[in-house]
Write a protein that binds this ligand. Structure first.
Ligand code: URP
Ligand code: ZN
Ligand code: ZN
Length: 478
């Protein structure tokens, strides 16, 4: 079956031009002007941008956490993602210290198979590096194409790994061609601050933020970057929230260390005062790391603009306000951490980023899709519009107006953290491998259509070293 996407403005991380895209068997086979192919179904994209499908490198679907399980699974979560213009997600496969990695990976395949409506891959958590893990890891990387490993530096007594594990994971990643991802916060000090706050009778949601200060994110980011330098390995810092962490990433990269960073829509749009909302509403805004003082938002936008940060992930980790977030009604430390963001990531970045002049349209494509494809071994199959690439495409109306609301979103959760935000620009149709998943704003996909992605090993060149008097080093992978 052939399709032609006609008369759209094609936009990639580097180019913008008017043209038609011919798709055959799910692949882009020709790009040109006035294409006319007998038998091809014509899809009119007049007045719209045609973007590469969004790649969300950070999701938690059907994940047990904080004494409950996320409200969105691989079906509801990927349907919502597709509505929002995302065609690939990379989800975090959790492991436990006493089970083989292969068992955890099988659990994640069981959760996703037959459910995902868009393509997906897994990152693999490393909780403790020991002989068994060292032996199994290269097999998982080779057979499963899981080329990114996640180490938590926080969540003491739950997911937190020690520095020895982080260092050994960095060494193993270097040897086998994987990218190490860190949740960078100092979990030991945070545990102490939480204990002190609760002992003083402070139970409200805002204490979540007050017990996780920015300095502890900066410290952990710097520590991870230094260990990466020492190991001569590669690091991706997830959900960067603040100036302290951004500066550490910049400093490392100026020295030529391969350190990359991601932020999320919530850190660009929301701030610590949201946690102070009355009637326990603040619980809706409990993420780790926490929302920061508002001035950090411009630091993060600037970091996306300058290339200090490479990607915007959603960190989708949804919990209902009623029945899940309220586990922490009398103790902020029991509020499940995370929020629903998978659906609005793409449009928020366009509306608040491109339309407000904070990033260019090409930077938008880069941070929402292309850089994730490059860093996580999917480029050029995904992350761009080119001959030979998967036809993962978003036909996007740049003038459509919408107000974000839980009443109209597609996530399986009873609130939206961006409730009431007015945005301009919206996906009209979304294709994965040439098939419509969303057509004219209606879901037309099928659970189970999404394919598991075996990803290539990590292999980008090191960024150029900074020389005296030169501009700040751009951090992207080319
Ligand atoms: O609060 C968050 N970020 N929840 C999801 C788990 C994580 O730390 O990424
Ligand atoms: Zn995290
Ligand atoms: Zn996360």
């Amino acid at each position: 079956m052939k399709k032609i996407i006609k008369n759209g403005t094609i936009v990639t991380a580097s180019d913008q031009y008017f043209g038609d895209i011919l798709i055959e068997d799910g692949i882009i086979v020709m790009i040109g002007v006035d294409l006319d192919v007998p038998g091809a179904v014509v899809v009119d994209a007049s007045g719209c941008y045609v973007f590469p499908g969004g790649i969300d490198p950070h999701t938690h679907l059907d994940m047990p956490f904080g004494g409950t399980v996320t409200a969105d699974d691989f079906e509801t979560g990927t349907i919502a993602a597709a509505f929002g213009g995302t065609t690939t997600v990379i989800d975090f496969c959790l492991t436990t210290k006493n089970e083989p990695l292969s068992k955890a990976v099988k659990t994640w395949h069981d959760k996703s198979k037959g459910k995902a409506v868009i393509d997906y891959g897994f990152h693999l958590m490393i909780g403790q590096m020991n002989d068994e893990v060292l032996e199994e890891l290269p097999i998982i990387i080779e057979e499963q194409g899981i080329t990114s490993l996640k180490v938590f530096m926080a969540y003491k007594n739950v997911f937190q790994a020690d520095d020895g594990t982080l260092y050994k994971t960095l060494l193993a990643a270097k040897e086998h061609g994987a990218l190490v991802m860190v949740h960078a916060e100092n979990g030991d000090v945070i545990a102490h601050l939480i204990e002190q706050a609760l002992a003083a009778g402070h139970t409200e949601p805002v204490y979540h933020a007050l017990t996780r200060p920015a300095v502890l994110e900066g410290e952990a980011t710097g520590r991870a970057a230094k260990l990466t330098e020492f190991a001569d390995s590669q690091l991706y810092v997830v959900h960067v929230t603040c100036a302290e962490a951004v500066r550490q990433i910049e400093e490392a990269r100026r020295k030529g260390v391969r350190v990359y960073g991601e932020t999320c829509p919530q850190y660009l749009m929301l701030d610590q005062t949201d946690l102070e909302k009355p009637n326990f509403e603040g619980a809706k805004y409990v993420w780790s790391p926490p929302l920061r003082e508002k001035w950090n938002q411009e630091v993060l936008w600037d970091a996306l603009w300058s290339g200090s940060l490479q990607t915007v992930g959603s960190d989708q980790c949804s919990f209902n306000f009623n029945g899940q977030k309220d586990l922490g009604l009398n103790d902020f430390s029991k509020i499940p951490n995370g929020g629903p963001t998978i659906e609005d990531r793409f449009s928020i970045l366009y509306s608040e980023g491109v339309r407000k002049g904070r990033i260019s349209i090409h930077q938008f494509v880069d941070v929402i899709s292309t850089q994730a494809a490059k860093l996580f071994g999917l480029f050029p199959q995904k992350g761009t519009i080119a001959i030979g690439s998967d036809a993962d495409l978003v036909i996007f109306d740049p003038n459509a107006e919408r107000t974000i609301s839980a009443a109209t979103h597609h996530m399986n959760v009873d609130y939206n953290a961006f409730e009431g935000l007015q945005i301009t620009g919206e996906p009209v149709s979304v294709l994965v491998r040439g098939d419509f998943i969303i057509r004219n704003k209606q879901f037309v996909g099928t659970p189970g259509y999404g394919q598991y992605l075996r990803r290539k090993r990590f292999n980008p060149p090191a960024p150029a070293l900074r020389t005296a008097g030169a501009e700040p080093v751009k951090g992207g992978v080319s």
